[in-house]
Ligand binder design. Structure first.
Ligand code: ACO
Length: 429
């Protein structure tokens, strides 16, 4: 082991106080290889030092070229482009292309991409029967998770994850079919017939149409401004680097499972109230508060540790979530079309008080993407249990971009973390 004094400048020197030994570990692009720590031992039988990181707070599980976040400065970029520019100038399908393929499409690439996605939106009739088997009151997110998993049995070719052509096809299918599954999950809960997708509508328009059209025989005009607002929400939710659901996608993909099974796992992770279920929890919380004058009571409970302010705080952002800023502006436009949402006043008052309160300031708790998105979805006519489903639709492109990157990464290994065993030592009956 080299002495700390003679260490190369691109390395980290550690002295183990237990043994007095010095170690020098290479540092590359701001990271240390966790396996290097195995060299740090107190004896030959010691398995070596491990890092303990519940929640993977400071552990990079991959090298990625897709999404960049600087949580301190409130920056989010997809493939280098700031989210603010993308949300203003690009459609969700262009963004999905950027995430999956690395660049925005040229006009001819866009027409191929759009065509391929549009022509994979239909669901196999047996899948409709499968979805019909859920109880009438099944949570649409549960239906989505189950149906994504079931898709793997419809496309056994998807198991060839090392095959580029197969990957391309599954990416079209998953981005194309998730709005159809989402719409059917909603219609199932309403007891309505399923309406097949319309190829002449845009991605967001088609989704709104097959969700809200009263029946196959009824005409339904999608409001283009609402479709545009939904498309922007899709752009904002498309990827967010190594979040809980993306980590689930990558972890399952590391065993080379097919992408439908991976996506079902990712959607299951998104179901939880600390992740994709947060926007549903925000609206429930605002309803429960009921009126602006009750806001100080809820703030008091939060500060006493009795509850959390849903839609506030983020593992990565310790500043205003850049997506929340865009959504807050967009909420105004949607409310102009649909009429104001009475819960908005409560949300604004909560934000005002929280942003000036020492408890939230000292913990860097700001509104996250979910604080206002639920109010917009509600104004568009979606019931709260559809909110996480609306998150999953665009996140599919991010999951797939990350899945593909992981599958193609020669350094990627099956995910198999370590544990610190604290159970009984050997004992006998
Ligand atoms: N309300 C009140 N206090 C909070 C909140 C909140 N929403 N979030 C964090 N805190 C407090 C914690 O109590 C803790 O305080 P302490 O130091 O006195 O114990 C401190 O802030 C740090 O909290 P952690 O739980 O350690 O932060 P972590 O990074 O693990 O959690 C999370 C991030 C899960 C998002 C959390 O902020 C939270 O539960 N927020 C509400 C749920 C939510 O909005 N989730 C959506 C996230 S965005 C997304 O997934 C798309």
């Amino acid at each position: 082991m080299s002495s700390v004094k003679n260490m190369p400048s691109d390395s980290l020197g550690i002295q183990d106080a237990r043994t007095g030994k010095n170690y020098s570990f290479p540092v590359e692009q701001g990271h240390l290889r966790a396996v290097d720590l195995e060299q740090v031992k107190t004896s030959d039988t010691d398995p070596g030092l491990v890092s303990y990181d519940p929640g993977l707070i400071n552990t990079a599980i991959c090298k990625s070229r897709i999404t960049y976040i600087d949580g301190e400065r409130g920056i989010l970029r997809y493939r280098g482009y700031p989210i603010e520019e993308i949300a203003e100038k690009k459609s969700y399908l262009e963004v999905a292309h950027l995430l999956v393929k690395g660049e925005f499409p040229s006009p001819s690439e866009m027409s191929d991409w759009e065509h391929n996605i549009t022509y994979h939106t239909l669901l196999h009739e047996n899948l409709k029967v499968f979805m019909g088997g859920f109880r009438y009151d099944a949570h649409p997110m549960g239906i989505l998770v189950g149906t994504l998993g079931a898709l793997s049995t419809f496309y056994p070719d998807a198991k060839n994850v090392r095959d580029e052509e197969s990957r391309r096809l599954q990416i079209y299918r998953l981005i194309a079919k998730i709005p159809t599954i989402a719409a059917f999950a909603y219609r199932h809960s309403q007891g309505r017939d399923y309406i097949d997708p319309s190829n002449d509508l845009s991605y967001a328009e088609n989704f709104l149409s097959i969700t809200f059209r009263p029946s196959v025989s009824t005409r339904y005009e999608v409001n283009p401004e609402l479709a545009k607002a939904l498309d922007v929400l899709f752009v904002l939710h498309a990827d967010h680097e190594q979040n809980c659901s993306t980590n689930a996608m990558r972890a399952v993909a590391s065993s080379l499972a097919d992408p439908y099974s991976c996506a079902a796992a990712a959607a299951a992770a998104l179901y939880g109230p600390l992740h994709g279920g947060a926007n549903e929890a925000v609206v429930q919380m605002l309803r429960e508060i009921g009126s602006v004058d009750k806001v100080p009571d809820i703030i008091r409970d939060v500060k006493a540790g009795k509850r959390r302010l849903m839609g506030f705080g983020h593992r990565v952002y310790h500043n205003y979530d850049p997506r929340a800023k865009i959504i807050k502006k967009m909420a105004g436009k949607v409310f102009e079309i649909r009429g104001t949402n009475p819960l908005l006043d409560i949300a604004l008052e909560l934000e005002r008080i929280a942003l000036s309160d020492e408890y939230f300031i000292s913990r860097h708790l700001y509104p996250n993407v979910d604080f206002y998105s639920g109010l917009i979805y509600q104004s568009m006519g979606f019931p709260t249990d559809m909110f996480p489903v609306l998150f999953a639709i665009p996140r599919m492109s991010g999951w797939l971009a990350q899945w593909q990157e992981g599958v193609m990464d020669p350094e990627q290994k099956i995910v198999r973390p370590k544990q610190i065993y604290l159970g009984p030592a050997e004992r006998h009956l």
